[in-house]
Design a protein around this ligand. Structure first.
Ligand SMILES: [Zn+2]
Length: 301
């Protein structure tokens, strides 16, 4: 299903030397390291409806709707291949604007791998590169696991993207997780950890202080810890989405600072996260949440 879908979208590689820039020579061909179960005819377009039908995961992809609307591979060209990434840009853009992005992506991947003691190869096929498509409405990624290709969508760069623009989405890619609050929380935590100007939703500002400013928004607060909640497109346009990201970032940071990143990652990958947390820390998620909220309130004093 999803695997096939991405095979359809991405049955395009830059032929020739895979480690060098490859402007203007994108051709249809075999996906590198692809398994042999997806021998589909290469095609240049996939409508949103086709995509939904193939993936069967319309809820999960809710936020991707506006990105995938009108997505056609024909409108992209491969402009650069780095050690870890393949850079695709809509043809209306000047390719040279994006030729330096590959190295920044490589650096971000290396940082995340080191920090979380993980590797892209743990979740995707060995030596697979991350494909970046520039030209979407907002940043997004495809979910990991054996059914997906490592793909990230990015908006066009009015200025060159910074290292931090990549850290958030790459964290998602390198740490596949179905629960939105915990996945977003980790991506925000890590982006902050790398310093600098940070990224959405706090852009380097103190995430706990921001969370404190939202603390009376109980309708948003109750979504944190709820594994069935995924921010919808309309949520992301309002303070609901922003508040959810801020709370998730602050709560995950609190947990990591209390139990350590290694224990946190063990819980993160537990089949049942809440159960894993309780087993390891002897406290329920609700108890942790109460403790975290008291901590936030103590910042007021
Ligand atoms: Zn995210």
């Amino acid at each position: 299903m999803t695997k096939q879908v991405w095979a359809i979208i991405l049955l395009v590689v830059c032929l020739g030397n895979f480690f060098s820039a490859c402007a203007n020579n994108a051709k249809y061909g075999d996906w590198p390291n692809d398994d042999k179960t997806t021998q589909l005819e290469p095609t240049s377009t996939l409508t949103l409806d086709e995509y939904k039908k193939e993936s069967g995961r319309t809820d999960y992809y809710k936020g991707l709707d506006s990105i995938l609307e009108g997505f056609t591979l024909d409108s992209y060209e491969c402009v650069y291949v780095s050690e870890r990434a393949v850079v695709w840009v809509v043809k209306t853009e000047a390719p040279e604007k994006y030729s330096a992005e590959g190295e920044k992506i490589d650096a971000a991947i290396r940082e995340i791998e080191t920090h979380l003691n993980t590797s892209l190869g743990d979740h995707y096929e060995e030596a697979e590169k991350v494909h970046f498509f520039y030209g979407s409405t907002w940043a997004a990624f495809t979910p990991g696991g054996s059914y997906a290709k490592p793909v990230i969508f990015m908006p066009l760069a009015s200025d060159p993207h910074s290292f931090h623009n990549y850290a958030h989405e790459l964290t998602h890619l390198l740490t596949p997780q179905h629960s939105s609050w915990v996945a977003e929380g980790l991506a925000i935590y890590l982006n902050d950890k790398f310093g600098g100007e940070g990224g959405y939703p706090n852009y380097g500002a103190d995430i706990d202080q921001l969370a404190l400013s939202y603390i009376n928004q109980t309708d948003i607060l109750e979504k944190v810890g709820d594994e069935t909640y995924y921010p919808s497109r309309s949520d992301l346009r309002t303070s609901v989405g922003k508040g959810f990201y801020i709370f998730s970032g602050s709560f995950v940071k609190y947990l990591i600072e209390k139990i350590g990143i290694e224990s946190f990652m063990q819980i993160y990958y537990a089949p049942d996260m809440q159960e894993g947390l309780e087993k390891m820390t002897k406290k329920t998620l609700q108890e942790w949440k109460t403790e975290w909220l008291s901590y936030l309130l103590s910042l007021k004093e």
